[in-house]
Design a protein around this ligand. Structure first.
Ligand SMILES: [Fe+2]
Length: 242
């Protein structure tokens, strides 16, 4: 009784060859940015994320030049594998920030709604054989096999046996020196770092736009930002309420 499986989610990964050579410099740079960042504004049980603390443009920081090169190279390969004609798109890093997760810290579920591709690079993963350093969990919001909506929810308790066909989430174990790329709209979270050590990673948001010559593609692809025109005056100055 064969069962076909269709529509796989494509998660790209590569273990970067030069990772050990760059680890210390990246780690020092991240910890310095954390020290220099804005006053902590999230809950203590949540990992420190640069985007909430004024550290969201590390792609423009020369200390991160090597990893930015890797992001550009591997994003292109990922898109080629997805069948994208790279001559018709321009690629941008829109935001990039570090994440430092200490003992018993985690990151709640979210999507990167302003981007198209998200990347994670693991600078440091605690090598504790006993305790979990925290996993990247992807959630299947499409639920293609949930034949009656809600069947798999915690409250119904009707799905009697967990299997490959009814799993609603998949946990990805982090690997030091590994780069991961996935669709930015894919909802995900990071589970608790149960070790006594730091887990340090970088997050990148990447955007696709049409190239200037790819006219006709704009219905589904953002036109090049160079063609946009910002409003000449601010909303508050130009609009008088009646
Ligand atoms: Fe994320």
């Amino acid at each position: 009784m064969p069962i076909e499986t269709l529509f796989p989610l494509a998660i790209y990964y590569e273990d970067l060859a030069d990772a050990p050579k760059h680890q210390q410099k990246l780690l020092s740079a991240v910890l310095q940015l954390e020290r220099d960042g804005a006053e902590r504004r999230n809950y203590p049980e949540m990992a420190w994320t640069g985007d909430l603390h004024g550290v969201e443009q590390i792609h423009t920081n020369p200390d991160f030049g090597w990893i930015v090169e890797q992001i550009e190279r591997h994003t292109a390969i990922y898109l080629l594998e997805l069948g994208v004609d790279l001559s018709k798109v321009d690629l941008y890093i829109q935001r990039a920030w570090p994440i430092v997760s200490r003992t018993e810290q985690e990151i709640g579920s979210h999507c990167h709604n302003t981007a198209h591709i998200s990347a994670v690079y693991y600078i440091k993963v605690p090598a504790d054989g006993t305790y979990d350093p925290g996993r990247l969990v992807f959630f299947d919001d499409a639920r293609v096999n949930e034949v009656s909506p809600g069947l798999g929810s915690e409250n119904t308790d009707i799905v009697a046996e967990d299997s490959y066909f009814n799993q609603l989430q998949a946990a990805y174990v982090p690997v030091e020196g590994r780069l991961l790329l996935f669709p930015a709209k894919q909802r995900h979270a990071v589970t608790m770092n149960e070790t006594e050590d730091l887990r340090v990673s970088l997050s990148f948001d990447i955007v696709l736009t049409a190239t200037g010559s790819a006219s006709g593609a704009y219905e589904f692809l953002t036109p090049p930002p160079q063609q946009w025109q910002k409003f000449k005056s601010s909303h508050s100055a130009s609009i008088e309420r009646i």
